[in-house]
Design a protein around this ligand. Structure first.
Ligand code: DAH
Length: 518
C-alpha cells in the first residue's frame, strides 16, 4: 500500500483541497485562498522520497502516484490539470461560476473551489452510496490514477468534506466549483475535462427552548424557519411545469428517517432556490441577445435518481425551442449527513455542469474553445458580463476513416455507439447503457478506448469521432466497425501532412486494442 492511501493523506487532502472564495476580493485570480501543500506532496517534489523516482507513475500538481494495473490516466489529460479556467479573469467558465455563486452567496453559503482533482474512490463513489457495479466506476468511463484513486468524476466527491466543514464551522450551506474528468465520446459538446458546481443547504434542529420541549416541537420550529426562508425569496416570473411533485412513494420516495412534512418543505426550498438560479442566469442570457424575441422562460421538474439523494429531481429549461437538462438535485441522503456529523440536520443538494450552461449563455458552439488560448477567443469576454461569442473563422474539416474487426465478445462488455454521458443525467459519469463495471480493463473493445487514443494523439485538433458503419460477417461472426475522425482546429487550417501524421499515429496506437485493423 503506498502513501496516497493512508488515512492521514486523505485527511490532509480533505482539508487542503477545498479553498474558500473570498467575496470581498474583486480580481478573479486573487479570490482563491492559497492551498497548503500537505507533507506527502512536499516529500514527492523535493526528492527526499525514494519511491517517487524509482517507480513509474504519474505526477499530478507536484504529487507523485506510482502506477498500477488500473492506471489509465494519460499525459494528455494531465496537461490540462491545473489550468483553473474557473478562476481565469474574463473567462466564460469563471464568469458563469460567479453568476451561479451570486445566487448562493455568503453568509448562508460558503463558496468553495476544489483545486486538487485527485480523490479516493471512497470519496468519489463509496461515501455517496454508489453500488459496487455502478457503470460510473468502470475504467472505460473514469480516469484511474491507481486502483484506489481517480480524477474526480464530479464535484460530489467533495460533498463529504464540505459537510464536515459545515459541521466544524457551524455553517449552513456551500457551493463548490471544480474541474471534473470523464472518459467519453468526442464531439462538440463533450470534452474529457469539464467543470461542475455543486450546492447544498442544511437546517439544524434548533436548541431546546426549555427542558420540556419535545423533538417534535423542535422540528416544528425548524419547519417554520424553512417556511420563512421560502416566503422571503423574491418572486420570479418563470412558468413552472412540475411533473415530479414533492415525492413519489414508488419511484421517488421520501427517506424513512424523514418526517414527510420536513422533506416536502426541503423540496420546496430546493425548487424555489434553483428557480431563482434559472431566473437570474437566463434573464442575463436574454439580455445579451436583445435582437431576439423574448420568450417566456419555462422550466420543468422531472423525477430523477441519484445514489446520494431521495427524492431526486432534474430541472430542465426551455431554451431556443428545446428542453435542456440543466441540473440534478434532491434531498440529501441522511446517512451522508450523519456520516459527516450532521445528525440533527436535513438538507438539499444540487449539481450542474458549467460548460453546457456557458455554451448557451455565451453562444459558444464548440466546447474545445473554452481551452483555447487564442486571443481572438479570450478577448471577447469580460468579467461580470454575458456577451455573445462571434466565431472568428471556420477552418476546413479533414475526415479520415478507420475500419477494423472486433472479436465477438459478451454483449455487455463492448458498448459501441452508446449515447454519451457527460451531462448530469447519470451521476458521476458512466452510462447505464454501457455496463462494464469491472475495475480491470475489459478484454473486449470499448468505444471510449478509441476516443482516448484519439485524444491522446490529437488533443483539441479533433472535433468529433463518429461511428459511420457497422456490420457482422455472416460466416465468422466478427464485427466490422468504421469510425470517422474529423480533424479540425478552431484556430487554424491543418495541413495535409500534419493530419496524415496524426492519423498514422492513431492507427498505430489502435493496435494496442483488441481489434484487427482492416
Ligand atoms: N454529481 C451529479 C452528477 O455529476 C450531479 C448531482 C446530482 C449533484 C444531484 C448533487 C445532487 O449534489 O444532489 O451527475
Amino acid at each position: 500500500m503506498h502513501l496516497a492511501r493512508t488515512g492521514a493523506f486523505l485527511r490532509a487532502l480533505r482539508v487542503s483541497s477545498l479553498s474558500e472564495v473570498d467575496p470581498k476580493k474583486t480580481a478573479a485570480t486573487s479570490s482563491l485562498i492559497e492551498i497548503e501543500q500537505d507533507e506527502h506532496s512536499q516529500s514527492s517534489t523535493d526528492g527526499t522520497s525514494n519511491w517517487s523516482e524509482t517507480k513509474p507513475g504519474k505526477s499530478i500538481l507536484g504529487r507523485h502516484y506510482p502506477s498500477d494495473q488500473t492506471t489509465n490516466v494519460t499525459d494528455t489529460i494531465l496537461e490540462l490539470v491545473g489550468r483553473k479556467l474557473y478562476d481565469t479573469p474574463n473567462h466564460p467558465i469563471a464568469i458563469t461560476r460567479k453568476l451561479i455563486e451570486s445566487v448562493f452567496p455568503p453568509p448562508v453559503y460558503k463558496n468553495h473551489i476544489a483545486t486538487y482533482p485527485v480523490v479516493s474512490t471512497k470519496d468519489n463513489f463509496d461515501v455517496l452510496g454508489f453500488p459496487e457495479d455502478h457503470p460510473g466506476r468502470s475504467r472505460t468511463d473514469t480516469y484511474y490514477v491507481d486502483s484506489k484513486t481517480v480524477l474526480r468524476t464530479h464535484t460530489s466527491a467533495h460533498q463529504h468534506s464540505a459537510f464536515q466543514h459545515i459541521a466544524d464551522h457551524e455553517e449552513n450551506g456551500y457551493t463548490i466549483c471544480a474541474d471534473v474528468y470523464r472518459r467519453d465520446s468526442i464531439d462538440r459538446s463533450h470534452f474529457p475535462v469539464f467543470h461542475q458546481m455543486e450546492g447544498a443547504r442544511t437546517w439544524q434542529l434548533p436548541p431546546k427552548n426549555h427542558y420540556k420541549e419535545t423533538r417534535l416541537q423542535q422540528q416544528q420550529r425548524r419547519a417554520q424557519m424553512i417556511r420563512g426562508s421560502i416566503d422571503a425569496m423574491p418572486k420570479h416570473g418563470l412558468e413552472i411545469i412540475d411533473e415530479a411533485g414533492p415525492y413519489n412513494d414508488h419511484t421517488n420516495p421520501i427517506q424513512i428517517q424523514h418526517d414527510p412534512d420536513d422533506s416536502q418543505l426541503v423540496v420546496e426550498h430546493l425548487k424555489r432556490s434553483l428557480e431563482q438560479l434559472v431566473q437570474k442566469v437566463f434573464t442575463a442570457a436574454q439580455e445579451a441577445r436583445p435582437d431576439q424575441k423574448q420568450e417566456q422562460l419555462k422550466v420543468r421538474w422531472i423525477e430523477a435518481y441519484f445514489p446520494f439523494t431521495s427524492p431526486s429531481f432534474e430541472l430542465e429549461v426551455f431554451w431556443q425551442g428545446e428542453w435542456l437538462e440543466l441540473l440534478g438535485s434532491g434531498v440529501v441522503q441522511q446517512s451522508i449527513l450523519n456520516h459527516a456529523g450532521l445528525n440533527d440536520r436535513i438538507g438539499w443538494a444540487w449539481g450542474i455542469g458549467i460548460e453546457r450552461l456557458a455554451m448557451l449563455l455565451f453562444n459558444v458552439p464548440d466546447i474545445r474553445l473554452f481551452w483555447s488560448q487564442d486571443e481572438r477567443f479570450l478577448k471577447q469576454f469580460q468579467d461580470g458580463k454575458i456577451t455573445r461569442f462571434e466565431s472568428f473563422s471556420k477552418f476546413p474539416p479533414c475526415y479520415k476513416d478507420i475500419s477494423f474487426w472486433v472479436r465477438p465478445s459478451p454483449a455487455s462488455a463492448s458498448p459501441i455507439g452508446a449515447e454519451s454521458s457527460s451531462g448530469v443525467a447519470v451521476a458521476a459519469g458512466g452510462d447505464s447503457k454501457k455496463a462494464s463495471p469491472a475495475e480491470t480493463q475489459p478484454a473486449a473493445f470499448h468505444e471510449n478506448d478509441i476516443m482516448e487514443i484519439v485524444r491522446d494523439v490529437a488533443g483539441t485538433l479533433v472535433e468529433d469521432v463518429r461511428l459511420v458503419d457497422e456490420f457482422v460477417h455472416p460466416q465468422n461472426g466478427k464485427k466490422s466497425l468504421c469510425y470517422r475522425i474529423n480533424y479540425r482546429s478552431n484556430e487554424r487550417t491543418l495541413t495535409n501532412e500534419e493530419v496524415n501524421e496524426l492519423h498514422q499515429k492513431v492507427t498505430d496506437k489502435m493496435m494496442q486494442l483488441p481489434i484487427e485493423i482492416r
